[in-house]
Design a protein around this ligand. Structure first.
Ligand code: ATP
Length: 717
């Protein structure tokens, strides 16, 4: 054994022992503190009870309760922090660290070694045995260079020289192997990480983050970041690592509540849900734009399935094109003084078929609001007056003899139902109070209608603004509404009815950004004017009719002197060399070649069949080559998916899905079906093929009926 290895093993043993020691002391401390906490709690409850029962000076006892509450809070914080630290230590015990750098700070001192792991860890003398991968010094490890290098600490650049960079493969206290950057040119640790089988859940890439990914993870200097990265270049991984990085480095400013992830579909949310918890961080809000819009929309928006079917169509109507135009969003925002035709603008407020407040009355209230105010303020004014007028009406009615008689004649059950107890006092004053309570309950729906703007026909606003912008009449029945309509309706609500209150997001991260319409992006920008946006996507995967070119996204975000920083990722980590080469051929950006990292593997295999009934046979043939491994069958449309699915029962190793819903996901072995001449013809089809191919990690099979699409002719050579 070399001296170096002996030294490394010694360091690992020592660190591991320290970790074990900390684990033991911390667990004991937690147990003890929890135990003494329980007796403290029961004593506190006892004290409080005694005080409240026995002391006449209530103020004094309240301040004591307050003090005790603070004690309990502090106790809970102590326990929580202890548990978090124990969690980290236990994670480190699985794999204490994965990297080391020896840094010369270009001063008189000897070069210093830093070990990099998932979390920071120091011994009882406060010596740092492991540095968190997100700490400033760790940047030097990810820079992946020897000799001159630098890192940033609070905006200052520290120049250094790297003497040594080492990667470790460690399991608990066993040093399996290590590699020095200067010795190995290819990154064996990365290659073995990439050789993994597909997983149901995405995994973190902390130990093998690459230099170009590290820049994206750590760049906090820009408000808007736009990453155009080829398939499998680690965009999603970089987003997740970036969130962990931000939560760590800005822990005094933000928590996971200040972060929003917008994901392409529900399956994808599930797929990435383990990454942050495995890094010791809480998952932030992660939703699709459809879910996000539904949260703020009072009515049903189309389902995810319908949405994907709709955006997978070859063409869109002229009407929809207007709805997707960011200029329409601007138009809505810039017309807030618009006078709408009032004949259909207001609706009666009804209770059981009876007119409670007529539309004429509401219109009059509206006319009394100042004409030179923005529409939203006028509507808010009407709402306030409706609420106070309605309130007055209930109060007046509660004083009448008729309603007092009704209160008195309530059965006991009804009294319980309306008041939660029986009427004990039947004085005039008390009856009035009960009557008011009764009326409020009875007419709850009226108050709700006022609060929910049921008296305002928001579709009229929509139609009139649409006509104003497009010069044409909107004809589609909005039921259920599409996401495109919802985005416009919500924008209208925000500027004309009631401001949408958004949680104050510090960071918004958008995955598959190429699939968003300009209107959707503009809408997000309006709702989150103070947030930093990180947007990642791939123009080659713009397979939906909603897509926006990156150039346009950049222009859209280049507002108020804000800069959009763009990055390009060209290295692909997911697929074998042969599969990467196959989808590189389909890439539309011919001036940049995709660089595969993984070994060549086997070439994609073409399989011809003559009619759909042979598909079962094709699948059986593929399965026989896979030696018991799982196979994912990809098809272009939902319709095909429904048909093909019926060929297999649930137990087989075959999983069928459409390319639309496979976005962002990856599979060991893929069989793409029906890559036939008649089925794939357009540029969009070329992107669909690119997306489908790039889902495969190890094996790609391409089935086609009768003749292969000319888009794949290069595979036959
Ligand atoms: N630095 C890395 N170390 C180890 N694995 C990596 C690294 N970068 C990416 N990967 C792996 O490569 C695969 C693709 O990564 P990811 O899904 O983040 O890429 P993507 O650019 O979002 O892909 P796509 O756009 O095609 O959906 C994943 O399995 C991921 O774990």
């Amino acid at each position: 054994m070399s001296e170096q290895k002996r030294q490394e093993e010694k360091y690992l043993k020592m660190t591991y022992q320290q970790l074990l020691h900390t684990q033991k002391t911390l667990s004991e401390w937690l147990e003890e503190t929890k135990h003494s906490g329980q007796s403290m709690m029961s004593k506190i409850t006892e004290d409080i009870k005694l005080n409240v029962d026995g002391i006449s000076d209530k103020l004094d006892s309240f301040s004591q309760i307050e003090m005790k509450n603070r004690e309990i809070d502090q106790y809970n914080i102590k326990i929580r922090n202890g548990e978090i630290t124990l969690d980290k230590v236990e994670r480190l015990l699985e794999k204490p660290y994965f990297g080391k750098i020896k840094v010369d700070f270009l001063d008189e001192e000897e070069p210093e070694s830093f070990y990099i792991g998932m979390h920071g860890f120091s011994d009882e003398n406060n010596d740092n045995l492991i540095y968190d991968w997100r700490s400033p010094i760790a940047e030097l490890f990810y820079n992946n260079e020897l000799g001159s290098s630098s890192y940033q600490v609070r905006g200052n650049t520290i120049e250094t020289s790297i003497e040594e960079r080492r990667q470790f493969v460690i399991e608990k206290d066993k040093l399996l192997t290590y590699f020095d950057t200067m010795v190995s040119i290819q990154d064996d640790v990365l290659l073995s990480a990439l050789a993994k089988d597909d997983t149901q859940k995405m995994q973190d890439i902390t130990a093998t983050i690459q230099k170009e990914q590290n820049v994206i993870i750590r760049d906090t200097s820009t408000p808007y970041m736009l990453v155009n990265g080829v398939a499998g270049s680690g965009k999603t991984s970089a987003i997740m690592q970036r969130i962990a990085y931000l939560l760590y480095n800005m822990q005094d400013e933000i928590t996971s509540d200040d972060v929003l992830i917008l994901s392409p579909n529900k399956a994808f949310i599930q797929y990435v849900s383990d990454v942050l918890p495995s890094l010791g961080e809480k998952n932030p809000r992660n939703m699709t734009l459809l879910q996000f819009a539904q949260n703020y929309m009072g009515r049903q928006i189309e389902s995810e399935e319908t949405y994907f079917k709709r955006i997978s169509k070859e063409s869109v109507s002229k009407e929809t094109t207007y709805l997707r135009d960011d200029q329409f969003i601007h138009y809505i925002k810039n017309n807030v003084y618009h006078e709408f035709k009032k004949d259909r603008l207001f609706k009666d407020i009804m209770y059981r078929d009876k007119d409670i407040i007529s539309k004429e009355q509401i219109r009059q209230l509206f006319d009394e609001t100042p004409q030179n105010s923005p529409h939203v303020d006028r509507i808010q004014g009407v709402k306030q007056r409706l609420l106070s007028g309605w309130n007055q009406r209930l109060i007046q009615q509660s004083r009448t003899k008729k309603i007092h008689d009704q209160v008195i004649s309530l059965t006991e059950d009804q009294q319980e139902k309306y008041f939660g107890h029986l009427i004990q006092d039947d004085s005039e004053k008390s009856l009035t109070r009960y009557a008011e309570q009764l009326l409020r309950k009875k007419y709850k729906k009226v108050t709700q209608q006022i609060n929910r703007y049921r008296w305002l026909n928001q579709e009229v606003l929509f139609h009139e603004l649409f006509e104003g912008f497009s010069g044409s009449i909107y004809k589609r029945q909005m039921s259920p509404i599409t996401l495109d309509e919802a985005i416009v309706l919500l924008t209208i609500k925000h500027f004309y009815v009631e401001r949408l209150t958004m949680p104050n997001m510090r960071f918004v991260l958008v995955d598959e950004v190429q699939d968003y319409t300009p209107a959707q992006l503009q809408f997000l920008l309006l709702l989150f004017p103070k947030s930093d946006f990180t947007m990642v996507g791939d123009e080659n995967q713009a397979i939906f009719n909603t897509s926006t070119p990156f150039k346009q996204i950049k222009t859209l975000f280049s507002v108020d002197d804000k800069e959009v920083t763009t990055y390009q990722l060209l290295t692909s980590y997911r697929s074998t060399g042969a599969i990467t080469k196959a989808f590189n051929e389909l890439s539309l950006s011919k001036n940049a070649t995709i660089v595969p990292i993984r070994p060549q593997g086997v070439a994609p295999q073409l399989i011809k069949y003559n009619q759909p009934s042979e598909i079962k046979e094709v699948v059986a043939n593929v399965l026989s080559q896979l030696d018991g491994e799982k196979l994912t069958v990809l098809v272009k449309t939902e319709h095909e998916k429904e048909i093909i699915e019926t060929f297999f029962d649930e137990e087989t190793q075959v999983h069928v899905t459409s390319i639309n819903l496979a976005k962002g996901l990856e599979f060991d072995n893929v069989l793409l079906l029906n890559a036939s001449a008649a089925h794939f013809t357009t540029i969009r089809d070329q992107k669909i093929l690119y997306t489908a191919f790039s889902r495969a990690m190890n094996h790609l099979f391409i089935g086609y009926e009768k003749s292969l699409t000319p888009l794949l002719a290069y595979l036959e050579k």
